[in-house]
Write a protein that binds this ligand. Structure first.
Ligand SMILES: [Cu+2]
Length: 502
């Protein structure tokens, strides 16, 4: 994936269009992103249709409400390095309470706090010792989603930490700079623990010697955005067992970085956003409220082979993307927001550039295809069939058994996986397929080259009903890893298998 630095150019995407809130529906015109296989992930298209009736899974997708823009977006703090300890960082899962609604306390879970977790920042090539502690009343695990670590410390279902217990593990950031995250993965309770608030960002920074000119001042022009939807009961509690949907729990309340009704004050002309779809199940298609385009620069596992200019970005649960938005031509009077496909304002911006210099960011291009001819023509050696809905979900006809190894693959040896989403009589639904312990390449979707914004490393991939996706998979570390659907309720219902890397 050799990059040629092309030139430093001012992002000149024109921020035109209506600035008045009543006319901010997204443009309906097709963009390259929205053609073909990219089009199925719309918020309103969770399944493939034909799933009518309230009891039938996600047939009724609750609309989110627009942010009223009252609370400045909180930025998760960067986790500070410990001094004089036998470990560098400490991450503790704990109970807490959060005031989502004024004057009302909601019981939540968090890492080192009441909700979500601090951002763990590792430098490329760095190795750190992390003390993980479970202060919950139930077992949990600490999964480093997207980090290529040995199975033993991956924090999958075998990595349970019992209540009150701790463990020190060594995490090595031996992979490209990327936006990753961490969350629990205890079998049968992952969905509930994430729903209650356990998620945090894990960033791999470029090594300090790098010459990247991308915005990288955390919290200033480099902003993590964790998008989630939540369903509250009449007492404004996250009573998971009452509220959950076995086909993927969807909420009507949008939270960004754990906050309802957020807004973000923008002070820099070019902003980098690290977007995580941290929902249990909801698919998001992000747009700008004025229909302007933005630049996607990274996928799950790092920078794209080439940046992609687009006006829509679809992410299924657990997928990430990094984008640049150029605010430099905006006036203080114009309004702008990140919206979803229904025009719901998820994150309004308050632009206050105050004479900041014109924006620029260094772009690059690739001098060879992301997937080589040799890689593209390799034979399929692993076949995965995703099937079902609700409690009846399977991979290759089976549900998860922690004592069964489903597949084996040799460390460092690349194989082609073909993932097929078998439709059912209801049509089927999108399953976001995630493999632990690897950043893979998407070779093709139904034989066709993936969209430019999927020509970068991935650890999760949306698979549409009836679609066959070919992946180029290499495991750099040994151990037992799981692969599963990242609709967390499907995962808890057993839509998961195990691979032993030897
Ligand atoms: Cu699924």
């Amino acid at each position: 994936m050799k990059k040629i630095l092309l030139y430093s150019f001012a992002l000149s995407f024109i921020l035109v269009g209506c600035s008045d809130n009543e006319n901010n529906m997204p443009s309906q015109q097709d963009s390259p992103m929205n053609n073909g296989h990219m089009g199925g992930g719309n918020d309103g298209n969770q399944g493939m249709g034909g799933m009518g009736g309230g009891m039938m899974g996600q047939g009724n997708i609750p609309s989110l409400e627009s942010s009223e823009g009252v609370t400045e977006l909180p930025i998760p703090p960067v986790l500070e390095k410990q001094q004089g300890q036998e470990f560098d960082y400490e991450v503790t899962a704990q109970e807490g309470s959060t005031e989502f609604f004024e004057g009302i306390s909601t019981d939540t879970f968090g890492y080192n706090g009441d909700l979500l977790g601090p951002t763990l920042k590792l430098e490329q090539g760095e190795s750190v010792d992390v003390k993980i502690t479970n202060n919950l009343d139930e077992p949990t695990t600490f999964h480093w989603h997207g980090l290529e670590v040995p199975g033993e410390i991956d924090g999958g279902p075998h990595g349970e930490i019992q209540p009150g217990d701790s463990r020190i593990i060594t995490l090595e950031a031996d992979q490209p700079a990327a936006t990753l995250w961490y969350h629990p993965h205890v079998h049968g309770s992952t969905a509930e623990q994430v729903f209650k608030g356990l998620s945090g960002m894990l960033l791999i920074d470029e090594s300090s010697g790098s010459t990247s000119e991308l915005p990288n001042e955390y919290g200033v022009d480099d902003i993590p955005l964790i998008f989630q939807d939540r369903l509250f009961d009449e007492n404004k509690q996250l009573d998971y067992n009452r509220l959950m949907n076995p086909d993927g729990t969807l909420g009507d309340i949008s939270i960004v970085n754990g906050t309802i009704n957020p807004k973000l004050t923008v002070t820099q002309p070019v902003m980098r956003f690290r977007i995580l779809n941290g929902a249990n199940a909801r698919n998001y298609t992000f747009r700008l409220s004025n229909g302007a385009s933005f630049t996607q620069i990274a996928s799950d596992g790092g920078l794209l082979d080439e940046p992609v200019e687009t006006d829509a970005l679809t992410l299924a649960a657990s997928e990430r993307a990094e984008i640049l938005i150029d605010f430099s031509s905006m006036t203080d009077e114009e309004s702008l927001a990140i919206i979803n496909d229904e025009g719901v304002e998820l994150l309004p911006f308050d632009v206050a550039l105050d004479g900041a210099p014109a924006g620029s960011a260094q772009m690059w291009t690739a001098d060879e295809p992301f997937v080589s001819e040799e890689e593209r023509t390799m034979p399929v050696t692993k076949e995965i069939e995703l099937f079902g809905m609700m409690e009846m979900v399977t991979i290759n006809g089976k549900t998860f058994d922690p004592d069964r190894i489903d597949l084996r693959q040799q460390q460092g040896v690349t194989e082609v996986w073909e993932v097929y989403n078998e439709p059912d009589m209801m049509g089927g639904m999108i399953h976001p397929f995630h493999i632990h312990g690897t950043q893979f390449k998407i070779i093709s979707r139904d034989g066709k080259e993936p969209a430019p914004n999927e020509q970068g490393f991935k650890d999760s991939v949306r698979v549409e009903p009836g679609e066959r996706v070919k992946l180029l998979v290499t495991f750099p570390e040994k151990g037992v890893f799981v692969f599963h659907c990242h609709i967390l309720e499907h995962e808890d219902n057993g839509m998961m298998g195990q691979i032993e890397v030897y």
